[in-house]
Design a protein around this ligand. Structure first.
Ligand code: 8YV
Length: 306
């Protein structure tokens, strides 16, 4: 059999792993040892780092197909320097991630998860009443990072009666109020939904100042990357009653969630499942396979990022 050209880096969903093995006899990087000369395409999962060290291990590497719209796990600058092209999986996950963002907005305001725990604990049956909650209608929802997913979240929340505001690096041709900084957006918002890319440029973009601008009646929802929010500042603000609640799908050190959050009813904690539906994960895997096939046939990627 001829030398493999595709290598799997880190764990991948079974559908994608099976297809790569069947179509390209793709080995795992953990198993290739020094047999790396033919390996020109790497396929990586969202949580798997591909930096200079991994690129050193794969001297023939020319393309990286990343499973995820976010690619902060890949050192794209280093890849570009080495003339390695990188792709992600945009668009196919927009609806699923937007749906989950809306679910978190509704949950933090109406306390669906916390009220469910209240019933399970037997408190309703014991005659207690669940406290009144807040509603979306009339709330200002600030979108931090108005990309494809941010726009989809805004469009979903408008029919609920939310007023949409946003901050992005520059104003866009949209009907929503633009704010020039994250602090200004947070000041104007009841709920701040974080949907920026991850990486060095957005690290701790949501810091103590932004959290304080959101204030004791404000809610934070993060569906982007844990790195965008200063988790320590968030925990402290919740503990001191300086923020009303948070809905978090992403964390600094996944799968570890700060212990201080686990017992709190004012936070909703999800295990990074924004895109985790059968339909969307299959579509993401198919787009990864399309990128691999396009690279092998034409030396090009379908959805390049560099
Ligand atoms: C995935 C994601 O969970 O697309 C992204 O950027 O965060 C998610 O869709 C992740 O990439 C899967 O490993």
């Amino acid at each position: 059999m001829s030398q493999p050209t595709v290598v799997r880096v880190g764990p991948l969903m079974p559908f994608l792993e099976d297809a790569l093995e069947r179509m390209y006899a793709a080995p795992s990087l953990a198993d290739v040892g020094s047999q790396t000369e033919g390996l020109t395409v790497a396929v990586a999962g969202g949580g798997t780092v591909i930096g200079a060290a991994e690129m050193d291990q794969l001297p023939a590497l020319r393309a990286i197909a990343n499973f995820g719209v976010g690619y902060d796990n890949v050192d794209v600058e280093e890849a570009t320097r080495r003339e390695i092209i990188v792709s992600n999986t945009p668009d196919v996950l927009t609806d699923a991630v937007a749906d989950l963002s809306v679910a978190l907005v509704l949950d933090v305001l109406r306390q669906v998860s916390a009220a469910d725990r209240f019933v399970r604990r037997g408190e309703w049956a014991a005659g207690e009443r669940y406290p009144l909650t807040r509603e979306v209608r009339g709330s200002v929802v600030g979108i931090l990072g108005l990309g494809r997913i941010g726009e989809a979240v805004a469009l979903r929340l408008e029919p609920f009666g939310a007023k949409v505001a946003y901050h992005s690096r520059s104003p866009k041709d949209v009907p929503w109020a633009y704010h020039a900084s994250p602090v200004a957006l947070a000041e104007a918002s009841d709920v701040l939904v974080v949907l920026t890319p991850g990486g060095a440029d957005t690290k701790h973009l949501v810091d103590a100042a932004v959290i304080d601008a959101l204030g004791p009646d404000g809610y934070l929802v993060n569906v982007a990357r844990g790195s965008v929010v200063d988790e320590g500042a968030l925990v402290q603000a919740l503990e001191e009653g300086r923020l009303a609640g948070a809905g978090l799908d992403v964390f600094d050190d996944e799968p570890n969630v700060p212990a201080a959050l686990l017992g709190r009813d004012d936070v909703v904690l999800l295990p990074h499942v924004g895109s985790a539906t059968v339909q969307t994960r299959e579509a993401m895997a198919t787009l990864v396979l399309d990128n691999v096939a396009a690279f092998l046939a034409k030396g090009e990627l379908v959805t390049p990022v560099n």
